[in-house]
Ligand binder design. Structure first.
Ligand SMILES: [Cu+2]
Length: 355
């Protein structure tokens, strides 16, 4: 029965589970003794049996006892609890450090010792969320790019946030740590068994709080090394591709096709597939002043978002090519026939201007 805590897979999660059970048993014993004594007294010394109530006032002995006994019980509970807490906080000698950044509503992972960072975004199809398709086994607990860590390795997490407070939680590691903007919190894990572990954001962080799950894949060291080498190479190739792109002029058709794909994936949920937005909530892009005239402002808002609104910045998540394509698409779709093509170099120029 899934009523109790998960025992988890790590040494720490076992310690946490054992601690929880110890305290639970202590509470049961106290409850049993206190209620037992109460009911015994009530039944045994009830008025109908002719019992005369005692009439004493102040008893130093009893007062010392009812102070001393709970005090000793608390100390008895604090010792194992402190031991476990100290072990949980001790991230010394970690072999791998990963920065975990929460933002509305996705996680960003950065491997400190390696040239690798990426976003991890919910992968559950929209149709399942809208009840148009049967819900899958890992409904709302699946992402496009899971975090991958090696087994039997002490991995340190540095948690922070780009916007509001999130909380990175994987029950089977017994890791649940707040990700606060402007602060860095530490946590760590050492997973003995290869496998897929799922968790979620545990801090109410806005309307899509339930749509930013955590998926961690633990791989044997050799598999992890292979995965890491592949990812680092891929990221490097992508960066080189970006550099090449800066010197290139992409044709309209390619920009519009990629732009539409990107728009449908990232923008259409709010601004609607027809660019009309939702009146009062999400502004229309069709016929919008900014989209048809102010190209710089348009690129900036896609790059950095707009503070105080639901418009998030996509500068870190999308490639230069995708950013250029989506801006081009918005400037030429739904009757916004500006005829302007935005190239990767234009997006890079806005990035440079902001730095
Ligand atoms: Cu969150």
């Amino acid at each position: 029965m899934p009523l109790n805590l998960s025992q988890g897979v790590t040494n720490i999660s076992e310690q946490v589970y054992d601690l929880h059970m110890t305290i639970f048993y202590i509470c049961c014993i106290i409850g049993f003794i206190v209620f037992g004594a109460m009911f015994y007294s009530i039944v045994r010394h009830r008025k109908s049996r002719g019992v005369k109530p005692a009439n004493f006032h102040e008893s130093t002995k009893v007062e010392i006892l009812w102070t001393a006994i709970p005090f000793l019980i608390l100390i008895g509970m604090a010792i194992p609890a402190t031991k476990t807490l100290i072990a949980m906080e001790n991230s010394d000698d970690a072999e791998l450090t990963i920065q975990v950044t929460g933002s509305q509503w996705k996680w960003h992972y950065k491997y400190f010792e390696h040239d690798l960072e990426f976003y991890s975004v919910l992968a559950t199809p929209k149709k399942q969320i809208e009840n148009k398709l049967a819900k899958g086994d890992n409904y709302l607990l699946e992402v496009d790019r899971p975090l991958v860590i090696p087994t039997n390795t002490k991995v340190r997490f540095l948690m922070t946030s780009d916007d509001v407070i999130h909380s990175w939680w994987v029950p089977e590691f017994a890791v649940k740590k707040d990700a606060n903007p402007g602060f860095i919190n530490e946590a760590w894990t050492n997973v003995p068994k290869a496998g897929i572990y799922r968790g979620q954001c545990a801090e109410l962080c806005g309307k899509d709080h339930g749509f930013m799950p955590v998926v961690v894949i633990a791989k044997e060291q050799a598999d992890f090394d292979a995965w890491l080498a592949e990812q680092v190479a891929k990221q490097k190739a992508k960066q080189e591709e970006e550099q090449r792109l800066l010197a290139m002029q992409l044709p309209e058709q390619e920009l519009m096709e990629l732009g539409k794909r990107t728009y449908d994936q990232f923008c259409a949920a709010c601004h609607q597939p027809n660019g009309q937005g939702l009146p009062g909530m999400f502004p229309a892009l069709a016929g919008s002043e900014m989209v048809t005239k102010d190209a710089d402002g348009h690129i900036d808002i896609v790059l950095y978002g707009k503070t105080g609104t639901a418009m998030a910045g996509y500068g870190k998540q999308l490639s230069l090519k995708e950013l250029a394509a989506v801006v081009t698409y918005e400037r030429n779709a739904w009757g916004n026939d500006t005829g302007e093509l935005i190239q990767a170099a234009d997006v890079q120029a806005r990035k440079n201007a902001a730095e």
